[in-house]
Write a protein that binds this ligand. Structure first.
Ligand code: CDP
Length: 220
């Protein structure tokens, strides 16, 4: 039986965490969890209930269902802000902790978020912190949401300001703030395309003694 591999992928908004984490999970034969969806789902539930995302969201976090994560309206600017606001609440983070730990505990997993390497899996054997410049992240996020179109500079400035505001809030909160774990390896995705980021990450995984491939799953 091979050792359980948990890969923590943290970083600021729209840095390319999801793209990397999904590709890594595929290459390593591991399940993937986008933990941001959990906070987006809670934020969405607060908005739907007509509640301010700054009000106590613990009840909505405890009531979160898989169907809340499958919605197509979780990536709007309104939900970006709501997710960041509910994510600052200790009761929300506490309600979502066991699910995230359980997801990775049995067979290993790749998880992306803000606090995977610092709080959820502080003992993860591989921790990556993905960064990119604000303009690169703003353009990437806009293109994700508007495929096949070209952004104008004014629009990109608005997206950049929203990303920076959310990063500031995520980094400044008292509970599980956005920051790289002391033992995380930083990957700057400005100078690399998606394949380059994946190759860099796979080299780090191999250097930790884990080999890519489905044999990564523990035998029963
Ligand atoms: O995709 P993007 O990087 O813009 O955001 P996300 O990963 O979907 O996360 C949305 C929000 O949820 C973040 O701004 C954080 O406030 C919060 N979050 C968190 O606090 N902890 C996590 N592990 C994941 C997300």
């Amino acid at each position: 039986m091979t050792a359980r591999l948990v890969v923590a992928v943290d970083g600021p908004a729209a840095a390319g965490k999801g793209t990397l984490a999904r590709a890594l999970a595929e290459a390593l034969g591991l399940p993937y969890l986008d933990t941001g969806l959990l906070y987006r789902g809670v934020g969405r539930r607060m908005l739907d209930a007509g509640l301010s995302p700054e009000a106590d969201a613990g009840g909505e976090a405890r009531a979160l269902l898989p169907i809340d994560l499958a919605r197509s309206d979780l990536r709007t600017p309104e939900v970006d802000r709501a997710a960041s606001l509910v994510a600052a609440q200790p009761a929300v983070r506490a309600a979502l902790l066991a699910f995230q730990r359980g997801f990775g505990a049995a067979h290993g997993a790749v998880l992306d978020g803000r606090d995977i390497g610092t709080v959820i899996f502080p003992d993860a054997p591989v921790k990556l912190f993905v960064t990119a410049s604000v303009p690169a992240r703003a353009e990437r996020r806009w293109r994700q949401l508007n495929p096949g179109r070209n952004p104008d500079l004014g629009t990109l400035r608005v997206v950049a300001a929203e990303l920076e505001a959310r990063d500031r809030a995520d980094a400044a909160r008292a509970v599980a703030p956005l920051r790289a774990a002391a033992d995380a390896v930083e990957i700057d995705s400005d100078r690399l395309d998606a394949r380059g980021v994946l190759e860099t990450a796979l080299d780090i995984v191999k250097a930790r003694g884990f080999a890519p491939g489905p044999h990564q799953r523990p035998s029963l």
